[in-house]
Design a protein around this ligand. Structure first.
Ligand SMILES: Nc1nc2c(ncn2[C@@H]2O[C@H](COP(=O)(O)OP(=O)(O)O)[C@@H](O)[C@H]2O)c(=O)[nH]1
Ligand SMILES: [Mg+2]
Length: 316
């Protein structure tokens, strides 16, 4: 199965929910001057139902109307696709797109890495360890050499889980003893990456400690320790967010961003929710790029996020 098919399947719950509320989005006969208000209202509710958020749903509807006016086209699906894509582009670009009559760039986003050590954080169960495995698979397929650090020493099974993935993917894993200091594991792995000149090191972390304060303090410590081992790193700090947690996840993300400073976000489990519209508030409110999205449990179920591709897959 190609990535596009995986993505389409993954987003099917959200698509079905939107279609059930807004009706089929084919070439609906809407006159540019006199749009059918019922259709628009249904669509707005459907978007809110998909966790797009009331503010952005209303912006999207405005853009749909503008697009229809500007283009003279009556195809609701096309107008909605344009408006959704605009929402998922970075701030500066968004205004320009509207002025230019909505012509989003079709080229696939590339994930530029600012460094060689990527610190992976997020609460328990969001899919951090699995995502690290998927990233390992993704980057080795791009001819990069990869290493993992099993920095979740809080949960005994976490190191084993990453070890199993490492073996399956042929990626070496730096392990610590259960209950040992995660910062020490991160330090050893960062040093080893440099010595072996490996292209990328992904550092796993625990998502649960005795309380949130401890977790944030530990993550800060792990980050500082990586910096001690290699002054240029970590070049990236990526937060893994579970799409199923919706708005709560977004609130969590803001706290992590405040505490450690994120350079990227990965949204997982988009296949498990009818509220895939959550990616819009994530992009708009966090101000941190959405790097990858996950739509399943297999190693292939992760790819760089591309706004246009996402919207095409979502609308089917
Ligand atoms: N359906 C689905 N499940 C996922 C996805 N990513 C991770 N998972 C599952 O979520 C569960 C928790 O993942 P894990 O990596 O252990 O989370 P961690 O505690 O953050 O490290 C596992 O059962 C994974 O297989 C995804 O994109 N889709
Ligand atoms: Mg884990």
């Amino acid at each position: 199965m190609s990535w596009l098919e995986r993505l389409k399947n993954g987003l099917s719950k959200t698509r079905t929910a939107i279609n059930q509320m807004a009706g089929p989005l084919g070439a609906i006969e809407i006159l540019a001057e006199k749009p059918d208000p019922t259709t628009f209202e249904d669509l707005e509710f459907a978007l809110i139902g998909a966790d797009v958020g009331a503010k952005y749903a209303s912006e999207i509807l405005d853009d749909v109307r503008d697009y229809m006016k500007q283009s003279g086209k009556r195809d609701l699906r096309e107008a909605l696709a344009q408006a959704l894509t605009v929402q998922l582009e970075p701030d500066a670009f968004r205004a320009k797109l509207r002025q230019a009559g909505f012509t989003p760039d079709a080229k696939k986003s590339t994930v530029d890495l600012k460094g060689k050590v990527i610190l992976m954080i997020g609460v328990n169960g969001v899919g951090k360890t699995t995502t690290i495995a998927k990233l390992g698979q993704y980057y080795t397929s791009k001819n990069k050499t990869v290493m993992f650090a099993a920095g979740d020493t809080f949960r005994a099974a976490a190191g084993t889980q990453l070890g199993v993935w490492g073996e399956r993917l042929g990626i070496s894993v730096v392990q610590g003893l259960d209950g040992s200091d995660p910062a020490a594991v991160a330090f050893d792995a960062t040093t080893a990456r440099k010595a072996r000149d490996v292209d990328l090191l992904f550092v796993d972390t625990a998502g649960r400690l005795h309380n949130k304060h401890n977790l944030m303090e530990e993550l800060k410590k792990v980050k500082r320790t990586i910096e001690k081992a290699d002054a240029k790193e970590p070049g990236e700090v990526w937060l893994v967010l579970d799409a199923v947690t919706g708005q709560n996840g977004l609130e969590q993300a803001k706290k992590f961003h405040e505490a450690v400073g994120l350079t990227g976000v990965i949204v997982t489990k988009l296949d498990g929710t009818s509220k895939g519209g959550i990616v819009i508030p994530i992009v708009r409110e966090l101000g941190v790029p959405l790097k990858f999205i996950g739509v399943g449990e297999k190693a292939e179920d992760l790819q760089p996020f591309d706004a246009k591709e996402f919207v095409d897959a979502l609308l089917g």
